[in-house]
Design a protein around this ligand. Structure first.
Ligand SMILES: [Zn+2]
Length: 221
């Protein structure tokens, strides 16, 4: 009998892309070690609640218990909207408005080192080819992987299975998943997606692009 494929780490936020990547890896027969990084941003409580509900709903033996790692960003981001919840970019803003400085670097570093410490040789990130941000480029990931190798005398490969896919293709991969249990709002209202922020607009568009009914309960709109 062939050996099962080795365990893969996954940085997961509970949003559409990383949740669909989780489903995709499980469908491929991978054992998955998910990581959630608590950075104390205003949507963390709702995001983490949804993520835990999703993991329970998936009910898969190859899904390892969630590892939560802390990377508090309030001291670094200060009065930024992601900490205060004020002047959150709304649906009229460009995607650049939701850029969080150094986010992929900050979020990936602890999970990568955790993988190194526990013999996991791959860490997956749900970065799409279409992301406009510098810390989502091939160059960034190549250099970061190299830095990890130097710093930890090894370190996982950073893999981006969605790196060449469009949002529409990713959504279609997630068709059979309980996407109502994903969360991607940066200004939650009464525990629900607000319906009017930049990320809610992106969420509605994603379902629309894929020709799928949007199962999300929005507070507005
Ligand atoms: Zn929202």
């Amino acid at each position: 009998m062939e050996n099962p494929p080795p365990t893969i780490g996954l940085l997961i936020s509970g949003g559409l892309d990383s949740s669909i990547l989780l489903g995709h890896l499980l469908q491929q027969g991978r054992t998955v070690q998910p990581f959630y990084v608590q950075s104390g941003l205003v949507w963390q409580r709702e995001e983490l609640w949804a993520l835990k509900a999703l993991l329970i709903a998936l009910n898969d033996d190859r899904l390892r218990p969630l590892v939560e790692l802390e990377m508090p960003l309030a001291d670094l981001y200060g009065m930024h909207w992601s900490i205060t919840g004020r002047d959150v970019p709304d649906a009229r803003t460009a995607d650049e408005a939701v850029y969080l400085p150094g986010r992929n670097l900050l979020l990936a570093v602890k999970p990568a080192i955790w993988c190194r410490m526990h013999g996991i040789e791959e860490l997956a990130l749900a970065v799409l080819g279409s992301s406009p941000f510098g810390d989502a480029t091939d160059e960034f990931f190549r250099q970061f992987e190299s830095l990890l190798r130097t710093a930890t005398d090894g370190g996982p490969r950073l893999v981006r299975p969605f790196g060449t896919m469009s949002k529409r293709e990713v959504m279609q991969l997630g068709r059979s998943l309980p996407l109502e249990l994903t969360f991607s709002c940066i200004n939650p209202q009464r525990g629900l997606h607000c319906g009017v922020c930049n990320k809610c607009r992106e969420r509605r568009q994603a379902f629309g692009l894929a020709g799928m009914a949007d199962p999300t309960r929005y507070a507005e709109g």
